[in-house]
Structure formats: structure tokens, C-alpha cells
Design a protein around this ligand. Structure first.
Ligand SMILES: *[C@@H]1O[C@H](CO)[C@@H](O)[C@H](O)[C@H]1NC(C)=O
Ligand SMILES: *[C@@H]1O[C@H](CO)[C@@H](O)[C@H](O)[C@H]1NC(C)=O
Ligand SMILES: *[C@@H]1O[C@H](CO)[C@@H](O)[C@H](O)[C@H]1NC(C)=O
Ligand SMILES: *[C@@H]1O[C@H](CO)[C@@H](O)[C@H](O)[C@H]1NC(C)=O
Ligand SMILES: *[C@@H]1O[C@H](CO)[C@@H](O)[C@H](O)[C@H]1NC(C)=O
Length: 405
């Protein structure tokens, strides 16, 4: 990319960030842990006390974030998803935690998480009920915003089950304004565009970015490599629209990281992590930090890959090449005219040596770039536009490389 193009990109970016939700949060993609993908709506504390949605589960995960090094590399949000509330609101119409599973109350849980230097995220729904059938926020938006602020909530994910999707263009901005009016900065995670996509209602991402810090665009991830690939494809197919709205304060959310769960091999886990880094996605793990294999932990804590994800420009990378043998090349512009390149292999046969050069990716800088492989931090040397890159990528995996001018 030429200097001029880079400049245009920066100018466009500044114009965009002026429209991002102005609460000072998510200047880089938020990092943390959340319950949903791994623990779902397990409320069976009688028979499964260690894995049910409860204050104990949240506290244990917060402890592990601190003791096992995650907090040190940037993971800070501890988020409970659906199935935390009691089935009924209290006498004043306020939400309350399930009394058996959250006996100390939600505020005490938030206090505990804050005492560890972490932040607390919660879940609600812009409908009559949450997806799991708990009380929804419709008709209570202002009360719920205030309750969350009173409890010390730092992030709200607002889902969209049991709602009228045509009302979301009004309702989500309303909730965003109610959160703002509490005076407590609360990162706002919106499921709004995903529901509009599902209902085939045109999505106005300029508007979404004005009222939300992060937003879900596409289906829920499941514990499956196929889902990781499906999600990547959606972002590739819509990359011109989506990369346009990715900026400090506002990020597309391809859903949780499933590294360390049951489905992904170590190589596939690298692919998910590299892709989420290059897409400027929130890094919200949903896994069991008590039992995770340390090899997956090491991937999740790779500082150089996290640095790509957290790059201050906040630009979402794009798929710029699809080569033979299921190889895709993604490129993300970073600060100081650097780039991150991800080589994703969907090949399921063998390691692929691939034979391409920087100019094939549109990188014509005559002095070339220093390349560093980021999994091991290995310097690969300096490459000019027409030099062939001596790279190989394993099946169902990804290489991630930093290019420095
Ligand atoms: C509320 O919005 C105003 C105007 O965008 C902004 O300056 C302020 O920081 C916001 N406050 C919170 C708590 O989000
Ligand atoms: C959904 O809301 C729209 C107004 O935004 C209204 O016209 C429509 O009747 C509502 N649909 C249902 C099923 O309530
Ligand atoms: C999208 O939202 C923006 C900001 O709210 C608004 O200015 C613009 O007119 C909307 N675009 C369409 C096509 O409705
Ligand atoms: C990107 O954003 C700009 C400025 O808002 C807009 O004019 C352009 O149409 C957008 N491009 C796409 C592909 O959405
Ligand atoms: C790589 O490409 C060059 C130039 O196109 C060609 O000469 C060479 O045979 C290729 N090597 C492999 C291993 O495909």
C-alpha cells in the first residue's frame, strides 16, 4: 500500500472514530472471559455444583485469570451470560440474581471481581424474555440500566430473543442513552445487527457504531472447527462493509474464543486466535480455565499476537488472496506502516509450502519489510516486493507474521 493510501485510510478512520460510541471504552478490542459457549445455561447446581452458572463459577474464573497470567497479558472482563437472574423481578421491579446460585447478590460479585483488578460484565435481552426464558429488559430499560450501574457493571451484552426486531433501531439506541445517563461507563455489546441480518432488515452500521462498542454480526459460535470457518467466511464475504466500521471504540464481534474446549486441535486453535487477531475481534474466551491444557493457554497468552489484536488503529484486516490448496491470506494494517499477515490453511491433507510474494498482496514498498513469525517470534529476514516468501503452513491452521518497514 502506498503512503497516500495509508494516509487516506487514517483520515477515513478519524472521521469514523468521531462517530463511535463516546464512552471512552473499547479503544482496543475488549479481552476477557465469558460463560456462554462453555457453560451455557447449566443451572443444575445440585448435581453439577462446579459447572453451574453461579457466583462460585465466576469467582473461580476471576481467580484463574489473575493467578494463571491472563490478566497480565490483558484479559480483564469476567462476564456472566444468560441464566443469571431470578425468574421474577423484585418488589420495586428491579432485576435480581438467582437467590440460590448468587446468594451474595450481584453487587457483591462485582465487588469481588473488582477487588481482583478485573471488570464485570453482565447479560440481558431487548425482549420480553432472555433466550433462556429469564425476565427481559423490554419495558424496563431505564430501570435495568440504573440497576447495572448501581451494581458496578462494566459491560452489558444485550441479546435479542423474544423481541420485535423492527424496533431495535429505536430500542438499542435508547438503551445506550440510558446507560450513558447513569454516568457509569459501561461497554455496550449489541446483538442488534445479528438479529437484523436474521430478519433480513437492512443494517445501518454507521448507526450501530454510534450506539454500541461491540456488536455481534453473525451466528453463535459452537464448539466446532466448522463454525470457526463459517464465521470467518461471513466476515470475508462482508469485509468491505464490516472493516469500514471497525475503529477504536467500535468493533465487530465474531463471538467467543473456543480455544481449550473440546473441538479444536492445537493447530485449529492457532487459526482461531490468529484470525480473531487480524479481524480486530474482541478476545472473549469461553473455556474452563481450571483444566485448560497449558499449550492452549500459551496460545491465548501469546503477547505478539495479542499486540496485533490490540493495535491502536483498530482496523479490521481483510482477506486479500485465496490461493490453491485452501490457502487464504489476510492482511491488517497496523501502526507505523506495519502489517499483520495471516496465512490460513483450510487444507486437510498436508503442510502447504506456498510460493507468493509481497507484491501479490499489493505491498510494493521498494525497501520491503522485515518479517517476523509470531507464534515463536522467529525473525524471517527482509523481503522485497518480488522476493518469494519461503513459508509453509500446517493443515487446518494459521501462520501469523508481522511486517515492519
Ligand atoms: C455520555 O455521552 C457523552 C456525549 O457523547 C460523553 O461525553 C460521556 O462521556 C458519556 N458518558 C458515559 C458515562 O458514557
Ligand atoms: C413490531 O414493531 C413495529 C413498529 O416498529 C409494528 O409496526 C409491528 O406491528 C410490531 N410487530 C409485532 C409482531 O408486534
Ligand atoms: C444510518 O445512520 C446514520 C447515523 O445515525 C444516518 O445519518 C444515516 O442517514 C443512516 N443511513 C440510512 C441509509 O438510513
Ligand atoms: C464505508 O464508509 C463510507 C463513509 O461512511 C461510505 O461512504 C462507504 O459507502 C462505506 N463503504 C461500504 C462498502 O460500506
Ligand atoms: C514459485 O514460483 C516461481 C515463479 O513463479 C517458480 O519459478 C517456482 O517454480 C515456484 N516454486 C514452487 C515450489 O512452486
Amino acid at each position: 500500500m502506498t503512503k497516500m493510501l495509508h494516509l487516506i485510510l487514517l483520515v477515513a478512520l478519524c472521521a469514523l472514530s468521531a462517530q463511535a460510541l463516546n464512552n471512552g471504552l473499547a479503544r482496543t478490542p475488549p479481552m476477557g472471559w465469558m460463560t456462554w459457549e462453555r457453560f451455557r445455561c447449566n443451572i443444575n447446581c445440585a448435581q453439577d455444583p462446579d459447572n453451574c452458572i453461579s457466583e462460585n463459577l465466576m469467582k473461580v474464573m476471576a481467580d484463574h485469570l489473575v493467578s494463571d497470567g491472563y490478566k497480565d497479558v490483558g484479559y480483564e472482563y469476567v462476564n456472566v451470560d444468560d441464566c443469571w437472574p431470578a425468574k421474577e423481578r423484585d418488589a420495586q421491579g428491579r432485576l435480581q440474581g438467582d437467590p440460590e446460585r448468587f446468594p451474595s447478590g450481584i453487587k457483591a460479585l462485582a465487588d469481588y471481581i473488582h477487588s481482583k483488578g478485573l471488570r464485570f460484565g453482565i447479560y440481558e435481552d431487548y425482549g420480553t424474555k432472555t433466550c433462556g426464558g429469564y425476565p427481559g429488559s423490554l419495558g424496563h430499560l431505564q430501570t435495568d440500566a440504573q440497576t447495572f450501574a448501581d451494581w458496578g457493571v462494566d459491560m452489558l451484552k444485550l441479546d435479542g430473543c423474544y423481541s420485535n426486531v423492527t424496533m431495535m433501531k429505536k430500542g438499542y439506541p435508547q438503551m445506550s442513552n440510558y446507560l450513558n445517563a447513569t454516568g457509569r461507563p459501561i461497554l455496550f455489546s449489541c446483538s442488534w445487527p445479528d438479529y437484523e441480518r436474521g430478519a433480513k432488515i437492512p443494517i445501518n452500521y454507521t448507526m450501530v457504531a454510534e450506539y454500541c462498542n461491540i456488536w455481534r454480526n453473525y451466528i453463535d459460535i459452537q464448539d466446532s472447527w466448522d463454525y470457526v470457518l463459517k464465521i470467518i467466511d461471513y466476515y470475508a464475504e462482508n469485509q468491505d462493509v464490516l472493516s469500514n466500521v471497525s475503529a477504536p471504540g467500535s468493533f465487530n464481534d465474531p463471538d467467543m474464543l473456543i480455544l481449550g474446549d473440546f473441538a479444536l486441535s492445537l493447530y485449529q486453535a492457532k487459526a482461531q486466535f490468529a484470525m480473531w487477531a487480524v479481524m480486530a475481534a474482541p478476545l472473549l474466551m469461553s473455556n474452563d480455565l481450571r483444566t485448560i491444557d497449558p499449550r492452549y493457554r500459551d496460545i491465548l497468552q501469546n503477547k505478539q499476537v495479542i499486540k496485533v489484536n490490540q493495535d491502536p488503529l483498530g482496523i479490521m484486516g481483510k482477506r486479500i488472496l485465496q490461493l490453491a490448496n485452501g490457502i487464504e491470506i489476510w492482511l491488517r494494517p497496523l501502526v507505523s506502516q506495519s502489517y499483520a499477515m495471516v496465512i490460513l490453511s483450510r487444507n486437510d491433507r498436508q503442510p502447504i509450502r506456498f510460493n507468493t510474494s509481497l507484491q501479490a498482496m499489493g505491498l510494493y514498498r521498494s525497501d520491503g519489510y522485515d518479517l517476523t513469525e509470531l507464534w515463536e517470534g522467529t525473525p524471517l529476514g527482509r523481503f522485497k516486493p518480488y522476493d518469494l516468501l519461503p513459508l509453509s503452513v500446517n493443515p487446518n491452521s494459521a501462520e501469523i507474521i508481522r511486517l515492519t518497514p
